[in-house]
Structures are given as C-alpha cells and as structure tokens.
Design a protein around this ligand. Sequence first.
Ligand SMILES: NC(=O)c1ccc[n+]([C@@H]2O[C@H](COP(=O)([O-])OP(=O)(O)OC[C@H]3O[C@@H](n4cnc5c(N)ncnc54)[C@H](O)[C@@H]3O)[C@@H](O)[C@H]2O)c1
Ligand SMILES: [Fe+2]
Length: 382
Amino acid sequence: MTFDKIYQYNFPTIIRFGPGSSNELGDYLKKNNLSRPLIVTDSNVSQLDFFKAFTRNLQERKISIEVFDKIHKNPLKSDVYNGTDIFDQTNRDSVIGIGGGAALDVARAVVLRVNHREDLFKYDDLIGGDVFVTNEVPHFITIPTTAGTGSEVGRSAIIADDETHQKKILFSPKLLAKIVFADPILTMELPPFITAATGMDAMTHNMEAFLAKMPHPLCEGIALEGISLINQSLERAVNKPDLESRGQMLIASLMGAVAFQKGLGVVHSLAHPLSSLLDTHHGLANAVNIPYGMEFNIEGFEHKFKRIARTMELKEETGEAVVRHLFELNAKINIPHKLRDIGVKNEHIETLADLAIADFAHPNNPKPVSREDFKQLYSKAL
Ligand SMILES: NC(=O)c1ccc[n+]([C@@H]2O[C@H](COP(=O)([O-])OP(=O)(O)OC[C@H]3O[C@@H](n4cnc5c(N)ncnc54)[C@H](O)[C@@H]3O)[C@@H](O)[C@H]2O)c1
Ligand SMILES: [Fe+2]
C-alpha cells in the first residue's frame, strides 16, 4: 500500500445478527414510532410460512402492514413505480425490505423514489445522479432471506430499464438501511440451487473485493475472513444445511457487500450481461464465470492469490490451485462447468462482450480488461 492520497472508508449500519433477530422487528418499530410500514418482498417469499408468521406477528401487535410483492427477478423500473404508488395510496411511514437481493433492491429504490419524483434513472450513479438525492427518505429496514448479494448493508439498488433491460445503479449514502435484522433461521429452507448460486455470488464479492485495486486494508481483512467462512460452510449449507453453515453464509455474504465498497472486477462484468441478455440469475452467472475470471487475474497478482490459497487452506499456495478449487467447489454444489449449460450460445458472444466492456465493475479489477479479453473469456467458458 502506498501512502500518497486520502481515501474515504465507509462502514455500514447497525446489524442485529443471529437466530431469532428478526423477531425484534415489532419492538423496534414501536420504539421508533413506526406503525404503517410498506413491506417489499417477492411473490415467492410472500407465500412462505416464515413470511406469513412474520406478518401475522406484526398484525397481532397492531402494526398496519401493506405487502408489495409484484417484482421481477431482475427488478424493473416499473416495479419501483408500482411499489411507490402503493406506498402513497396506503399512506405508509416506513419501508421494510425482506427477501433476496431483488426484493431488497426494489425496497431501496422505493425508499429513494418516495421523495424524489424525477425520472428514476436521473439518479443513476454512473451519470453522477447521486447528487440529486437531496431530500429526506423514509425509515428503511432490511431483512435478508438469501445469503448472497449482501444488499441489506448496501447503499445502492440495481434496477433495469423495462425496454432495454440495461441495468442502472441508484446510489446514495441515504439509502443505507437504518437497521438490518440478519436472521439465519429465515434462510434455513432456501433450496439447494439458490443456496449454491447466491453463495457463489458472495464468494465472488469477497474475492473480487480482496483483489480490487483500491488500497483498503479494512475491506481486505473482511474479504479474506468472508472467503474463509464461505469456504468452510457453502458445501454444507447446500448439501446438509444446519444453523452453523447458514449463519456463516449469512454473515459472510454481508461481509462481501461491506468489502466491495472497495470495488468488484472482471467476474461481475462477465456476469451482468448474462442477466441483461438472457435473464440469468445474478449469482448463477457469477458462479459459472468465477473460475475463468480468477484465472485471468492471476498473472501479476500471484502474491494476492497466495493469500487467498492460504485462507482456503489449500495444499498448494498458488492462483492455479485456487482456480482448481473453485471448479471443484462448483462441482460439489451442482453449478454447471460451462456457459453453454446455462443457455449461452456462440452467437451471443459479440453482444455479451459489448455489454461487458460497458459494465461498471471491471474498471476496479486489479488489471485492465479489454473487449478482446472478454470475448476470449466467454469463448473459454462456453
Ligand atoms: N444492491 C446490490 O449491491 C446488489 C449486489 C448484487 C446483486 N444485486 C441484485 O440482487 C438480485 C439477486 O439477489 P439474490 O441472489 O438474493 O436472488 P433473488 O432475490 O432473485 O432470490 C432468488 C430466489 O430465492 C427465493 N428466496 C428468497 N429467500 C428465500 C427463502 N428464505 N426461502 C426460499 N426461497 C427464497 C426468491 O423468491 C427467488 O426466487 C439481482 O437482482 C441483482 O441485480 C444487488
Ligand atoms: Fe454480485
């Protein structure tokens, strides 16, 4: 690390972590004089038993709730507009996001839109839109039910345009939740495939954050511990889940999102176009691409891969051993080895490369990535 500049390091909100922590929500709302929350989730989670028990519990405490669950798996701008309409029409005083990254992102974007009514994409961070986020926002609470994106501790929401499906990032420190209830019990029934895909998303966040070029020792320490926890627990969480493996995955996914304020990299830029073009789940897209993207990063960064290998307790402390280990881990949790197994075809590669080079993540990759590199990586993974 060189000591030649001033950097800003931000750390997140209050986190109530542990089994049963989500039961504290009712008391928390009462203590903060909140009685009319909008609950944003997806239409799958809203049918699950824990969600029904959760809303029943709030109603028994005389808290008026309204559930908005009509969101797309890769959330759209119209989802955010519809959610905000419900907020207005039913006179809400706060927003609770409960679910996976998609639900939490829509919840966060509704929080933004309530008092910021210009076109949603005016607030796109990539065009400097964060400066327009100047008004107060409603009290915002997050409750993750997957262990992957870590969006519960994030300050951004990824929302796509309804027509072009291009993903935009809405960002502001104001969009940080006031409190996170991270309760591993809510993740106990996650199906194996979702556990695997979201878990590898969390692995990708921690690894890419550790490698990203900004000097940030705080985040690097968090990222290495995140890698270690996922390495110890993901296979178990997928194949033989228990509270310990679920708890380790939940905290490690949250750590990945804390760490990636340092930046992401080539793997996320390979993955995002698959979601835009083919509607591939974000975690799955990262999971298939991570061994190939990491292999690309080894040369010149052998010293960092040595630390990752040591963290993963591999016999051979090299980048090549890390890549082999990622392929093996993917195999154990039934993640496909090749992009063709998830519907990618040769004819997609040019468009994917165009989207990848325009993506926001790779400029923080430890080394530059060209359009030609993206083509080669997609071809290799095909
Ligand atoms: N804001 C950020 O920083 C950030 C970072 C990365 C990704 N994302 C976004 O997050 C989204 C992906 O999030 P995700 O990986 O959590 O997937 P997701 O939100 O799409 O959830 C995956 C599936 O799991 C189901 N599910 C959720 N909790 C469950 C539970 N406890 N039991 C059973 N099923 C459950 C959901 O209904 C859904 O079908 C993408 O839209 C991506 O763009 C955001
Ligand atoms: Fe991600």
